[in-house]
Ligand binder design. Sequence first.
Ligand code: ADP
Ligand code: ADP
Ligand code: ZN
Length: 215
Amino acid sequence: MLIILLGPPGAGKGTQAEFLVQKYGSAYISTGEILRSAVKKGTAMGKQAKQYMDQGQLVPDEVVVGIVQERLLEPDCGQGALLDGFPRTVVQARSLDRVLGEMNSRLDAVVHIAVEEEELIARLTGRRVCRDCGATYHVKFNPPKVRNICDQCGGELSQRDDDSLATVTERLLVYKKQTEPLIEYYQKRNLLYTIDGNQEIGAISTQIITVLDQL
Ligand code: ADP
Ligand code: ADP
Ligand code: ZN
């Protein structure tokens, strides 16, 4: 199965992806995670991407399309994959259609997690991630058992550079302008399933599973 998780920053895509990948054993492709790891390693691509990410802007389409195209060819994607945070523009969506066509593959569903803006700001500014395994927490809504320590691996939690209020505001604007048109793009192709993201994490997971099990 090839599934896209679509939704604004803070909607809960990464949180749901952690759960879905465990349940279905699918390959996980998060362009944000791949870019952050390139930034950490200090590669040429990472250096270029960092300038955009720090401003809350999107990294150029050709860079992310190249990343995803390469990643989809890796053997663990043979049985399908879960795409988180890609595509984010209509250009990226068209490129994905082309790449999948060349691979004789196609999308099964686009799961759109809908959450309103005020809630997104609270979620993003309180988000904490594990430095070691990348697991996601929230200081209030999904706290770890021990303050600042990852339940999964014991690693230290930290705040992402781009989760400051100023950058969050910009990212939400960028989402509205550049990514929201994808809702209509996938609706027209009969691939869109919208889930109310203003529920408990577990309730959202249950609804996503119901959608995926019907495919
Ligand atoms: P995204 O990947 O869409 O940006 P995340 O999964 O990182 O979103 O979630 C953003 C923040 O909101 C995290 O701190 C996460 O723990 C928290 N969160 C995720 N889902 C929910 C939910 N249903 N209710 C409350 N907080 C949530
Ligand atoms: P969030 O989970 O909060 O939505 P991501 O981890 O998906 O954030 O993305 C973090 C940043 O990485 C984005 O603000 C953007 O700069 C860059 N990025 C990630 N995915 C893409 C993409 N598909 N196209 C362009 N830029 C991207
Ligand atoms: Zn961890």
